[in-house]
Design a protein around this ligand. Structure first.
Ligand code: E4P
Length: 218
């Protein structure tokens, strides 16, 4: 099943959308924590109380020891915390260590297929290719998802492809077609996934015609 995550630190928005039963997890990053204006440990704990699925919390350290210390602290917040690590040499070393410790990881800021190959070899639980940011710089972000899918399938890697930096409903559709295991989606795009103007138009007509019958089902 394709899993849909919300890319947010807005717990009110998350609580509302979680009622749909369609939010499989949450991702955060330092920019989203800054936007919330809240303490990171408190926000992550609150999010973990709202959703049962994976909640990515990103380390701030650049060195392996710092990443391991921060990651272990974040993982201690709740069993569903996924430690998010940057796709650097230090991040991959930390991902390998967390894999051996049984702590889930999300290797982020992936912009190339070889980076994704390295993350899978390191034992990452999730790899996050950033579609929108690649598109912004004149590349085709979706091609990267297809390339990673082919490489992971060639060798049977079980690292999950988490399509990130999603900017549109089209991105979600294309990521699903390209075989991404998950997509992390901003709330406004998530809300748009179940909307269509023809649905609204059709419902308006049905409502009008039904009123004309004067009937009541109950
Ligand atoms: C996901 O892990 C990232 O935090 C997020 O998708 C980045 O999105 P942006 O490029 O819109 O900031």
């Amino acid at each position: 099943m394709m899993q849909l995550f919300l890319d947010t630190t807005d717990t009110a928005v998350l609580t509302d959308l979680a009622k749909t039963g369609l939010v499989d997890g949450v991702t955060t990053n330092p920019s989203l924590i800054a936007k919330s204006g809240r303490n990171m440990l408190e926000v992550i704990a609150e999010i973990c109380g709202i959703v049962e699925g994976p909640v990515s919390a990103e380390v701030a350290a650049m060195d392996v020891d710092g990443m391991l210390a921060e990651g272990r602290k974040l993982a201690g917040i709740a069993p569903n915390v996924v430690v998010k690590l940057p796709l650097t040499k230090a991040g991959l070393i930390a991902a390998g260590e967390f894999s051996r410790e049984g702590i889930s990881t999300n290797v982020t800021l992936c912009f190339s297929a070889t980076q994704a190959l390295m993350a899978a070899k390191a034992g990452a639980t999730y790899i996050s290719p950033f579609i929108g940011r690649l598109d912004d710089h004149g590349f085709n972000g979706m091609d990267l998802i297809s390339e990673i899918r082919a490489i992971y399938d060639n060798y049977g890697f079980d690292t999950e492809i988490l399509a990130a930096s999603i900017r549109s409903i089209g991105h979600v559709k294309e990521a699903a077609l390209a075989g991404a295991d998950c997509a992390t989606i901003p709330p406004d795009v998530f809300n748009g996934l179940f909307k269509h103007p023809l649905t609204d138009k059709g419902l308006e007509q049905f409502t009008k015609d039904w009123a004309g019958t004067g009937q009541s089902i109950l």
